[in-house]
Design a protein around this ligand. Sequence first.
Ligand SMILES: [Mn+2]
Length: 295
Amino acid sequence: MRKISVIGMPMKYGCYVDGADLAYDYLKDILSDIFGVKNSNVVDNSYENPMEHKKDKKIRYLEPVMELSNRLYSKTYESLEKGNIPFVIGGDHSTCIGSISAALDYYKGDVSVIYIDKHADIHTEKTTPSGNIHGMPLSICIGRCDERFNIGTYKLKPENLYYIGLNSYEIEEISYILDNNIFHYMGFEVEDMRAEAIVKSILKRINTKHVHLSIDLDCLSNEEFNAVNVAVEGTYNDERGLTIRKLRSILTLLLEEVDVCSMDLVEYNPLLDTDLKCKDKIKDILLDINDSIRR
Ligand SMILES: [Mn+2]
């Protein structure tokens, strides 16, 4: 039986918002109740003199993001070698650079990624408007960024990427998604469809033996879940965030049907969770994951 092994990734350099690195600490008690974590397995996030910009004026915190990603890569790879299911608690979404790359290398590229997110996260160093790497992790895993972003050997094939809940993107991102026929359900489609139909249509297409699941909590509607690093502002988008109920049914069905090899849960910012209501909602999501996952 495979065991879920929780890895903490206190990463904030991908978005540089205070609090992005504290999620694991705030969730440690429920993680330990649910998954029986005895010893903390946390990526060391110390980095001497992290500089926002070096020679390249555009990308923020390139060196610390790539260094920490390599540290997470090693921990994720080790966990896979032990026959476990690594479950990485971010951190901002640059967290998945290390975990997805490790899964791709361990399974020699035979990995699909199901990406539940409001944002596309598929900018490159040339198109990023903010310079924040948490908007670029998928391009890094695909291998379409320059050599400074190299990590691992095997790359994610665009045809093995599946978005659920997409809602906010720049023109360069949606052009890449459409040009490469990347499968995506928009947020409003997800709310209009039954969870069964969503999961079924993705399962039908999956063409790899292994699946990595990446859950960005900003996929949820701001009304139900506001403690995220970068909330999408504006009524149009707010209305189209997923409900917790819908996310939970999708996760339950997915995990019952797919052999998930590794997972991330990212972008929770406990400093914005003043009444800890979001923490309770995360607990419900984690309980569902633990109950439904195929071991
Ligand atoms: Mn994201």
